[in-house]
Design a protein around this ligand. Structure first.
Ligand SMILES: [Zn+2]
Length: 483
């Protein structure tokens, strides 16, 4: 069992050094690795399998709400990007440029997409002509590149994977409805599939997307008390439509500019998954997006036990597979059961099923949950029925635990001093009144290094006094340090 002990010792305790723990979990669980180009990452098979399950669950929701997938090119001519002033200003410091084709210098630089509004708007101006062409509801799954100075695997990488939805509508009401609809799709996806509770809200003017009318986001709280923007949905208004000349002939014969939205989530969500659920033993993957939902570990000491234990293990796996469970039998002889326990805990597999000689005799398996290590003997006859139920219980328990952490980590503050104390001593979310002025927002940032995460849509508090200047404030907002 020496291998066992070594593995546990190897992983830094989460409470000792969160950032180091985070990096180690990613490496040891083989989710991702650093690429030769600084800021880029390699997503390894286990990490990619999780991403694919997330992608499938979200893609279904995107399609169920009437959208279609398409693909737009990676390269965007410089003049396209430059058309919308705010947009280019927002992204200019992070754009990577292609300047040469082979040995020849290009006449015009090409941007590697930091986002695709410019190229998609150009195409929409060709495709949209009449009110009958609306709405246009398109999504694309793609990679994008933003030349980040400080990077961290999944959370901030120069190249990352995402989906970006881009829609065009006849009226402002429709575009606002779409923006909020997709925000709700994100909330449902992140809470249901990833077991991460989120708060829906609107971004402040300073935090909104470059070129948008209004930006909404879903905000999550990581287990170190820092916030993370888990997804955004923008009502772009008519800014881009005017710049890219996207017009349609309305029912009354008038030509009008379309109203647009864009919305996205990215591989950042993988970072949230690790930081919300993980513990000192490693990852905890919510069952719905776990590539392996249950791992079967055969246990035998004597060679005479080997055959029957292996046979029972594979039989158990067949029963579960037939019941739709993603199951894997680790029957490798070169590792001890104890080593395997640690390995699958590290990798966050929700359920471990132990099969030893006594289990074979009793026609049962011993199940051990990853989230709380609860043990339960499950008779073979009930395996296909019981395991999916246990997995659903794990899914719910992970969400509940994260929700309770968020609730207990959400405080309020009435003055800037109070806000500063809460942020520096506890981190977490802080609900406080804000008058809406940029200067007050900036003052909080300078003093506490906390930003307005969002103006929560569910906040129905009475008007109060701004936490900074004391002026009348219409509503409370959510402050936090964030990733
Ligand atoms: Zn103020």
């Amino acid at each position: 069992m020496s291998g066992t002990d070594k593995f546990v010792e190897d992983l830094t305790d989460k409470s000792d050094d969160f950032s180091r723990w985070y990096g180690e979990v990613i490496q040891k669980a083989q989710l991702a690795d650093y690429a030769p180009v600084r800021g880029c990452m390699v997503i390894r098979p286990y990490g990619f399998a999780i991403w694919e399950l997330m992608q499938a669950a979200l893609d279904k929701r995107i399609k169920d709400t009437g959208h279609q997938n398409a693909y737009f090119p990676l390269l965007i001519p410089e003049n396209f990007l430059a058309k919308e002033a705010e947009h280019v200003e927002g992204f200019a410091p992070q754009v990577a440029w292609v300047t040469h084709g082979g040995n020849e210098k290009l006449e015009e630089r090409l941007a590697i997409r930091p986002t695709s509004e410019a190229i998609i708007c150009h195409m929409y101006s060709k495709w949209i002509d009449s009110h009958r062409d609306l709405p246009v509801l398109i999504n694309q799954w793609a990679n994008v590149m933003r030349w980040e100075k400080v990077t961290r695997l999944f959370l901030r990488t120069a190249e990352f994977l995402w989906q970006e939805g881009h829609t065009a509508h006849a009226t402002e009401a429709e575009s606002e409805e779409e923006t909020l609809k997709m925000l709700e799709v994100y909330r449902d996806f992140i809470e249901t599939e990833m077991a991460i509770p989120v708060i829906k809200g609107r971004k402040s003017e300073q935090e909104k997307f470059a070129g948008a009318l209004r930006t909404y986001s879903v905000e999550a709280l990581m287990s170190d008390g820092k916030g993370l923007q888990a997804g955004t949905s923008h009502n772009l208004g008519q800014h881009f439509a005017k710049v890219f000349d996207i017009t349609f002939q309305d029912v009354d014969g008038e030509r009008r500019h379309v109203w647009q939205t864009s919305w996205g989530v990215s591989t950042r969500l993988m970072g949230a998954l690790i930081m919300v659920h993980g513990d000192d033993s490693g990852l905890k993957i919510p069952p719905r997006i776990a590539p392996i939902q249950a791992v079967v570990i055969p246990i035998y000491r004597k060679e005479t036990e080997r055959a029957e234990v292996l046979e029972a293990s594979h039989q158990a796996a067949s029963l579960l597979k037939a019941g739709g469970v993603r199951v894997y039998v680790d029957d490798r002889d070169q590792y001890t059961p104890g080593w395997k326990y640690n390995e699958y805990e590290l990798r966050g597999v929700p359920l471990r099923l132990e099969v030893g000689p006594r289990d074979v005799a009793a026609r049962q398996v011993m199940s051990v949950r990853r989230d709380n290590r609860a043990k339960e003997a499950i008779a073979w006859d009930f395996l296909a029925e019981r395991v999916p139920m246990v997995l659903e219980e794990v899914q719910k328990a992970l969400f509940q635990k994260a929700l309770e952490f968020r609730e207990s980590s959400t405080r309020s503050a009435a003055t800037l001093d109070e806000l500063d104390v809460v942020v520096s001593e506890h981190r977490g979310f802080v609900r406080a009144y804000w008058c809406g002025r940029n200067s007050c927002e900036d003052q909080v940032k300078a003093r506490c290094a906390a930003t307005i995460r969002c103006l929560p849509l569910d906040d129905h508090s009475e008007p109060g006094k701004c936490v900074v200047c004391g002026a009348d404030a219409p509503h409370r907002v959510l402050f936090a340090k964030s990733y």
